[in-house]
Design a binder for this molecule. Sequence first.
Ligand code: FO1
Length: 316
Amino acid sequence: MSKRLVVALSGGIGGAKLALGLSRVLPADELLVVANTGDDFEHLGLSISPDIDTLIYTLAGINNPVTGWGRRDETWSFMESIGALGGEDWFRLGDRDLALHVERTRRLRLGQTLSEVTSDICRRLGIAARVVPMSDDRVRTRVRSEEGWIDFQDYFVRQQCRPVVHELAFEGVTLARPHADIMAALRSGDVRAVVLCPSNPFISVEPILAIPGMREAIKSSGAPVVAVSPIIGGQAVKGPTAKMMRELGLEASAAGVAARYSDLLDGYIVDHADADGIGNISARVTITKTLMTSLQDRETLARVTLDAADALASPR
Ligand code: FO1
C-alpha cells in the first residue's frame, strides 16, 4: 500500500492558507488537518475556537480575505449593539460568525465533543477534508507578561500583542488526550507526510506538539516531517511571531523556527529571502516562494511541500 495520508498541523491564518492549498491538490480522503485549540476561549458566554473557525472558513472559501479570520460579506449589527450596551466589543464577532459560536456553544453544553461539532459543521459547509481538533480536552494558551498571566486572546486581540511576552503556557495540555483519529492516522503506517504549516510555532503548532504522545506518534509514524517556515525575510507574514521570538530570547529567523522544531524536522521549506542564513540545520532545506497571496500560490506551496516530503521518503 503506498503511503497516502497527509497529516497537516495548522493554526492561525498562515496555517489555514497552506491547508487550503493542500486540500486543493489532494483527494479529500488523503488529508487530515489537525487544528490548534490553544487559542480557544470563553467570551460573552460563548465557546470560541478561532483556529478551528479560521481553518474551516478558509477551506469552505467563505473566510474574510482581508483579515484572514472571520467570514466574508459580514454585517456587524450585533457588535454595534453589544458595544452600545457597554458589553465587550474588542473581539469582533460578525453576525454570521456569531451563529457558529452560538450553535457550537449550544451543542457543547448538550455534551457533544468539540470534534463532533467540528465534523458536523465541516459537513454542512461542504468541506471534504477531515478537520480534527488536536484534542477534545481543554487546552488554553496563556501568556506571562509584565502584568502576570493573561489569556491568549486578551494578549493577541484586546492588547494587540503589545505586552512583552516572558513565557507561554498551555494550560491543561499535560492532561489533554490527543484526538483518537489523529493517533489512528499517525499509527496507520499509511502516512505520506506530516506537514507543520506556516503558523506561529509557539502559539499555533507547539500546543499541538505539547499534547502527551503527539510528538512521539509523529516521529514513529514513519512519515517525513516537513515544516514550512512562517518567517519571511526575518519577519512573520502576519502576527507577532518575530516579536514573540525576540521577547522569548530566540533568533527571529527561519533558522530560529527550525531550531524550535529541532529533532522533529526532516524537511524545511524556506523562502528565498531567508536562503542565506539557513545553511547548517539538520533538516533538508527547500528554497521556494513561501508568501501565499494567490490561490495558485497556496497550491504551488502545497505541491512543493509534498514533493519535498516524497523526496525524503524515497530511498536516495
Ligand atoms: N483577530 C483580531 O486581531 N481581532 C479580532 O477582532 C478577531 C476576532 C476573531 C473572531 C473570530 C475568530 O475566529 C478569530 C478572530 N480573530 C481576531 C483572530 C484570532 O484572534 C487569531 O486568528 C487566532 O486566535 C490566532 O491565530
